[in-house]
Design a protein around this ligand. Structure first.
Ligand code: UDP
Ligand code: MG
Length: 328
């Protein structure tokens, strides 16, 4: 092993043909700067993960890999979502390097934070979380929902670093332990704190996307939030149990009151209150069933133990179906 750590920058890409030509040179430039400053080994690489893009993303990546030895690429067999794409990249990188930094490919995260991340690693940290110090460039709505989500997660007892997305340095030591977390329902930013080891945060300002558009509309953000909560916490089930007990006690009191009323011969009105109670309880029961259903559904998905992603191609392996290319 070389005296300096080998760094792999892992970049998930989904339909990013607009932004890749802008940001790929930036990643390479940063990699060179990190090598030149003596922080990381010259064998460091940028690893792009093509998450089943439908545009020219993968041809672009494989082309770059052919022209530039510092670029590697893997292509997943289909779109599996951001979290699985990052996981695929980390698992591919794990045995080839000492440290990984995962970062989105849209240029929103400040590359200069990597210096401080690597320094923190050299100081003994195994995980370094990139944390946004400001969210001015996000819309008001995205900011409010995202911040509400972090607060909600922490109140449910799931440890999530505030304002940290998936810009993070993780050492291969931590990744090897992380590989034992076999769950299908993954929420990386909440799972790395569970692995433990010494960690710290590095703060940076988040910029606008350099090109293309976000793949995280409200629908996907909600799905990520539900996934995060159900993957990290079972507290909602206890909350439901608590609410159930509370309402049962109230119901008991109401029944006693009703018996007293009957005995006093004042029964006919009260239709309205009964109606309200039935509606209220019906609603609560349905919500509770829904929450429990979420966990049952997740258990079902986990029990199948399907692969989280399938790597279809790697730029460092000979292309399959080479005879087709040769015929052309
Ligand atoms: N991404 C991915 N698979 C997906 C959706 C997104 O690999 O199904 C990648 C995308 O290319 C980008 C990163 O995940 O590098 C973050 O996506 P995006 O910038 O659209 O999300 P936002 O920053 O708006 O939350
Ligand atoms: Mg983005």
């Amino acid at each position: 092993m070389s005296a300096k750590p080998i760094l792999y920058i892992v970049v998930p890409c989904y339909n990013e043909e607009a932004v890749l030509p802008v940001t790929a040179p930036m990643f390479l430039e940063k990699l060179d700067a990190l090598c030149a400053s003596g922080r990381v080994s010259a064998s460091s690489r940028v690893l792009f993960v093509n998450d089943g893009s439908k545009d020219a993303t993968w041809p672009m990546i494989s082309d770059m890999a052919k022209r530039d030895g510092r670029v590697l690429g893997v292509s997943l067999s289909r779109n599996r979502g951001h979290q699985n794409a990052v996981l695929a990249g980390l698992m591919e990188a794990m045995d080839r390097c000492d440290i990984t930094i995962s970062i989105d490919c849209d240029g929103q995260d400040d590359l200069n934070a990597m210096d401080a991340m690597v320094d923190a690693y050299l100081d003994g940290c195994e995980v370094v979380y990139g944390v946004r110090s400001r969210r001015d460039t996000d819309t008001w709505f995205k900011r409010a929902t995202a911040e509400g989500f972090y607060k909600f997660m922490n109140s449910l007892g799931a440890e999530v670093v505030y304002n940290h997305a998936d810009y993070r340095l993780v050492s291969s030591l931590v990744l090897r332990h992380f590989a034992d977390f076999g769950e299908v329902n993954i929420f990386l930013r909440g799972m790395f704190p569970l692995v433990g080891f010494k960690s710290t945060c590095v703060y940076y300002e988040r910029a606008e996307r350099l090109a293309g558009k976000s793949h995280y509309p409200l629908r996907k953000m909600l799905a990520l939030a539900v996934n995060g909560i159900t993957s990290l916490s079972v507290k909602p089930i206890s909350v439901i149990t608590g609410v159930g007990v509370g309402f049962s006690l109230l119901g008991l009191a109401a029944s006693l009151w009703a018996v007293v009323k009957v005995l006093m011969g004042q029964t006919v009105h009260g239709w309205a209150s009964l109606f309200c109670i039935v509606c209220l309880l019906g609603g609560i029961q349905l919500i509770s069933l829904g929450v429990i259903g979420q966990y049952v559904g997740k258990t079902y998905l986990e029990s199948k133990r399907r692969p989280r992603y399938i790597v279809a191609e790697r730029t460092w392996e000979p292309a399959r179906r080479r005879w087709i290319e040769e015929d052309e």
